[in-house]
Design a protein around this ligand. Structure first.
Ligand code: NAP
Length: 284
């Protein structure tokens, strides 16, 4: 039987509608919500992501502020813009678009963001809050994956989740979220040094592929009935391709996210949800 398609496109529409309602109710009380982005250089993919974020923010009724620096900008230039946005009362959420061009330190730039305006949930303070299971903005892609699982009522408690990838952007925060109390998955974090990766993945009730290698995961990696979350996005001559060989897996898995239209749209929706939550927290 063919797997249930977990549509991030549909779920993100639900999240974005919720965000728009929350923004409207703040606006009724005379409080605007603002999202600012910092882009350095002219990487085409980053420019597309930034454009999409602004469009989504404006559609949700937010103000959006676009700060674009040349590729020749210094670390000080980038950090000065972040400092300025930290002080701007119209700005509730700030995104530093990563990666920064060679020679610049993206992590240091993210650390300059006021943790109370950290729309990406990537500031070390907020990552620490996540480790401590305290509330705060969660990294957008893992947060979006959790929302897909909740929306489709995918059981996590007592299930084994295998996450392939351990980046601070995706794999590691997702492991914390899936393992937290109340979600209660048993989490295995795999990476490039994991022996017998296929054997490990076959243990998964929930398999998350967050590697960045097109079509790496085929039916040999998937236990029948498993939920497969494909985070990977690679640009190929055939367009955007995930880490999962969708056609090979769709008849084995119980549920699967497509690429495109799976995890990708959830990332932007979660950024917006983080931003409105930060605005609500600062509304007094
Ligand atoms: P990353 O920082 O490059 O991390 C990749 C991870 O994959 C690393 O932990 C690496 O292991 C592991 N890995 C690499 N080759 C492997 C192999 N052969 N077997 C097992 N593990 C392997 O990437 P990322 O930022 O997490 O992103 C991963 C993918 O998700 C990319 O395609 C990216 O474009 C995509 N992404 C999508 C969204 C979205 O919105 N859909 C958001 C963010 C990222 P080591 O740690 O051992 O090196």
């Amino acid at each position: 039987m063919s797997a249930l398609i977990l549509s991030g496109k549909d779920v993100s529409a639900v999240v974005r509608a919720e965000v728009a309602e929350r923004v409207a109710s703040l606006r009724e009380r005379g409080r605007s919500v603002g999202l600012a982005t910092v882009l350095v250089g002219d990487d085409p993919a980053s420019k597309v992501y930034i454009r999409n974020k602004h469009r989504a923010a404006e559609t949700a009724g937010m103000l959006s502020f676009d700060r674009h620096l040349r590729a020749t900008a210094s670390q000080e230039d980038v950090e000065a813009v972040v400092t300025e946005l930290n002080a701007d009362e119209r700005v509730d959420g700030i995104i530093v678009q990563l990666p920064l061009p060679d020679g610049l330190n993206g992590e240091a730039a993210v650390e300059m963001v006021d943790p109370g305006k950290d729309a990406d949930g990537l500031h070390p303070f907020n990552l620490g809050q996540l480790v401590l299971s305290r509330p705060g903005p969660v990294p957008a892609t893992p947060g979006g994956i959790m929302r897909i699982l909740a929306h489709y009522e995918i059981e996590t408690s007592g299930r084994t989740a295998v996450i392939v990838g351990r980046s601070f952007l995706v794999g590691r925060p997702l492991a914390l979220l899936l393992g937290q109390k109340g979600i209660d998955a048993t989490v295995i974090q795999a990476h490039s040094r994991t022996p017998d990766l296929a054997g490990v993945c076959l243990k998964a009730d929930i398999l998350v592929a967050a590697v960045g290698r097109p079509m790496m995961f085929d039916e040999r990696f998937v236990k029948p009935g498993a939920t497969v979350i494909d985070v990977g996005i690679s640009r190929t001559d055939d367009g955007l391709v995930g880490d999962v060989d969708f056609d090979a897996v769709v008849d084995v898995a119980g549920a699967i996210t497509p690429v495109p239209g799976g995890v990708g749209p959830m990332t932007i929706a979660t950024l917006l949800a983080n931003t409105v939550a930060l605005a609500e927290a600062n509304d007094n």
